[in-house]
Design a protein around this ligand. Structure first.
Ligand code: NDP
Length: 308
């Protein structure tokens, strides 16, 4: 999906227009580049496969032949490449002294920290980004996308307006790995939800009397209403205190597991998306926590050393 130029926020025009270099014109990179161009920014682009820059040049970008030329063209340099290895390959040998490098490439927290130290050793300020959006959401503020950025607060403050053109920027701390860590944590929450949704749809889709179009709004509403429990779970995890007397105690939930497994079997559905969670509930109950809610399961995933 592309958007008319008038959809994008405008940051400036003419001589005061922000100027930046952008490396990586894949699906996400092209969406970012297009948003900056549409907002009136002066954009220098580079991509390994040079032809991908052609459409952007027609929209006003300047394409250069090498990463070194892209880095040399502006103080603000943004990368959005496949993975951290491709960032290293692309920027190796470029002169990063005095540059403000923002790497939007998805990677691990450790990769982001190492890339930050690598950039700083070459004289650059550094921010690592976690993009919480898909390409059609870029440049469309009402779509709700945002980008987590961690590392140099000074770099963030200097370029916040420019960085905010494609997606709302949120500073995620001075540890360069913290944008990546929160990105991965948020996506992990998404995958857990999708696992349950996938199982739910598998259970009902072949039932002649159940229409998925009728069932789906029920599923959406149920997942949304259960999401309200996340804050209470998070408060308990933060405190490490798991009150007994929960309204839906683990003992009750664990006793119901056989109902879920038998129903799955009867419907011809593999229970493999749910069984790891059920196994954790059973262990927690066996350890004497049956009167608690589900928050304490986190202790089975990240056991803490017991006090001496
Ligand atoms: P694409 O696969 O569409 O593009 C990958 C880009 O990386 C291309 O520009 C490609 O160049 C370049 N590249 C790959 N390997 C190398 C290399 N060794 N040296 C130089 N350049 C290389 O990915 P996206 O644009 O969709 O994603 C970019 C980043 O954004 C990824 O880290 C992704 O995880 C992240 N992201 C993407 C989202 C999405 O929905 N697409 C959502 C959130 C984050 P070439 O054109 O020459 O192949």
């Amino acid at each position: 999906m592309t958007h008319p130029i008038s959809d994008y926020p405008s940051v400036a025009s003419g001589a005061s227009a922000p100027s930046l270099s952008f490396l990586g014109l894949g699906g996400m990179g092209t969406a970012f580049a297009r948003a900056w161009l549409a907002a009136g920014c002066s954009l220098t682009v580079w991509n390994r496969t040079a032809g991908k820059a052609d459409a952007l040049v027609a929209e006003g970008a300047v394409a250069v032949r090498s990463p070194a030329a892209a880095v040399a063209a502006n103080t603000l340099v943004v990368t959005c490449l496949l993975d951290d290895a491709s960032v290293g390959q692309t920027l190796e040998g470029t002169d990063l002294a005095g540059k403000d490098l923002v790497d939007l490439t998805t990677g691990t927290p450790a990769e982001a920290r190492a890339r930050g130290a690598w950039a700083e050793a070459r004289g650059a300020r550094f921010l690592s980004g976690g993009i919480m959006a898909v390409p059609p959401m870029v440049g469309v503020p009402e779509a709700g996308g945002y980008v987590l950025l961690s590392g140099s607060r000074g770099l963030f403050e200097t370029h916040e307006a420019t960085l905010g053109v494609p997606l709302v920027p949120e500073f995620a701390g001075v540890d360069a790995g913290h944008a990546a860590l929160q990105d991965i944590a948020l996506l992990s929450g998404m995958y857990g939800t999708l696992a349950g949704v996938t199982h739910a749809l598998a259970l009902v889709r072949d039932e002649k009397e159940i229409n998925l179009r009728d069932f789906t709004p029920r599923l959406v509403n149920w997942v949304m209403s259960m999401a309200s429990a996340i804050e209470q779970i998070s408060d308990q995890v933060a405190s490490g205190h798991y009150p007994t007397g929960d309204v839906a105690p683990l003992s009750m939930q664990s006793a119901g597991v056989s109902t879920f497994l038998t129903t799955a079997r009867d419907q011809g559905v593999s229970p493999e998306l749910l069984t790891p969670y059920f196994a954790l509930m059973k262990r927690r109950v066996e350890q004497g926590h049956g009167d608690e809610g589900p928050a304490g399961l986190v202790e089975l995933l990240t056991p803490r050393p017991t006090a001496p």
